[in-house]
Design a protein around this ligand. Structure first.
Ligand code: B12
Ligand code: SF4
Ligand code: SF4
Length: 323
């Protein structure tokens, strides 16, 4: 789309979101507000912004009732790498034709969903996600800024109508209203971005989720399309290392084995202690006496105080539930 100019209404929305503190501890959102709404800060001669959307897997693991689910986008290779490569191909093509070009996949401060909306790639649902007609919101985004003046596509008008299924489906009540997410209550934030303890009142809502959350997308009628054939989303296909792991695995890992298990996947982001903290909460919620020994060991000797506290909480929760 013709991108010369700033994201004015979207920028005001973003600024008010940050001013309300809804970004929690994601300080980078506050620090980079200017660049997020003005792409000239990233490429001074920008005339157009190209948005790429790639569908990720919707495959489920076949592994029985072991506790610990992982958000769909994170079940295979890291999208920053996969989409980064694809976006760089587009940028190189533009440069080979004499234009300036810079690609980003959440690797620079771009307001990606806002550009997806402006470019007609999709529209923002009440769950905040970019919904691509025919695919739903199980897509990841990348952008290419360029000095090339391209013919813009028209934005797609919002299509949610009176539906509010996503808002009602959220396990932690993270929506302050339609289109308005308070990240501080979102399972995705709590399990991936947040480095400290997860607030106690929200732990039950974490349920079985070890990393991220898909509930507000699962509830969405636009996501009830046929899943793509496995080959089409190949880089995001289920990673064997993850399929063979569950919450107990993540509670037992040391730093080196965590690095090996999560190499080139998004699961690296919370770090070993973040994933072990999440695992303890998942096991507390699972309600099985089988997990008492692994939790007791973590409560006693995990090097991280955040993990020890989460494991102690899980043991208390199991005791209350099992007697
Ligand atoms: C910070 C962040 C998070 C935070 C905050 C999420 C949020 N809703 O803001 C947390 C950690 C919670 C998170 C969670 C997730 N994230 Co995230 N995240 C980001 C990041 C880095 C910035 C998002 C941002 O700018 N937030 C600020 C708020 C204000 O933005 P927003 O609510 O999305 O704004 C839109 C709507 O609310 C709407 N809107 C609402 N009111 C109004 C009013 C006006 C006037 C206007 C104009 C617009 C408007 O328009 C906005 C633009 O579309 C982007 C990458 C990037 N660089 O952009 C990825 C990104 C948005 N995340 C992504 C994904 C996949 C997820 C998860 C699905 C992961 C998961 N399964 O666990 C969840 C979804 C949660 C949800 N329902 O939003 C994808 C989005 C894919 C998609 N189809 O939308 C992105 C684009 C990464 C990528 N490159 O693919 N994420
Ligand atoms: S990702 Fe999960 S916790 Fe976050 S808003 Fe959606 S349903 Fe709620
Ligand atoms: S569940 Fe309904 S309200 Fe929410 S994004 Fe989908 S269509 Fe919109």
């Amino acid at each position: 789309m013709d991108g010369a100019g700033v994201l004015a209404p979207e920028g005001r929305w973003l600024a008010s979101w940050v001013a309300a503190g809804r970004h929690g501890t994601m300080e980078y959102m506050a620090r980079t507000l200017d660049a997020r709404v003005d792409p000239r800060k990233l490429l001074s001669g920008v005339a157009s912004v190209i948005v790429l959307a790639a569908e990720h897997t919707r495959q489920d693991p076949r592994r029985g009732p072991a506790p610990g689910s992982i958000a769909r986008y994170a079940r295979g290779r890291d999208y920053h790498n996969v989409l980064g490569k694809r976006a760089r191909v587009v940028a190189r093509l533009l440069r080979s034709r004499g234009h300036e070009a810079r690609s980003t996949v959440d690797s620079a401060p771009m307001f990606e969903r806002a550009w997806a909306g402006r470019s007609g790639v999709g529209f923002s649902g009440k769950n905040c996600c970019t919904i691509v007609p025919g695919l739903g919101s199980h897509v990841l985004l990348a952008t290419v800024l360029t000095s090339a003046r391209l013919e813009p596509d028209a934005p797609i008008p919002p299509r949610c109508g009176s539906c509010r299924a996503c808002l009602d489906a959220c396990p932690t009540g993270a929506f302050a209203g339609p289109f308005e997410l308070d990240a501080r209550r979102c399972v995705s934030y709590l399990t991936i971005e947040n480095r400290g303890p997860i607030p106690e009142p929200l732990r039950e809502g974490i349920g079985d989720r070890l990393f991220g959350c898909d509930e507000c997308q699962e509830a969405c009628p636009f996501c009830r399309t046929a899943p793509p054939p496995e080959g089409a989303t190949a880089p995001f296909a289920l990673d064997r290392r993850w399929v063979e792991s569950d919450a107990t695995t993540f509670l037992r890992l040391d730093d080196a084995s965590f690095a090996e298990l999560t190499r080139a996947t998004p699961l690296r982001r919370p770090g070993r202690s973040g994933m072990a903290r999440n695992a303890a909460i998942v096991l507390g919620n699972a309600g099985s006496a089988v997990h008492v020994p692994v939790l007791a060991e973590a409560a006693r000797s995990d090097p991280s105080p955040v993990v020890r506290e989460a494991a102690a909480w899980a043991l208390r929760r199991l005791r209350d539930r099992l007697g």
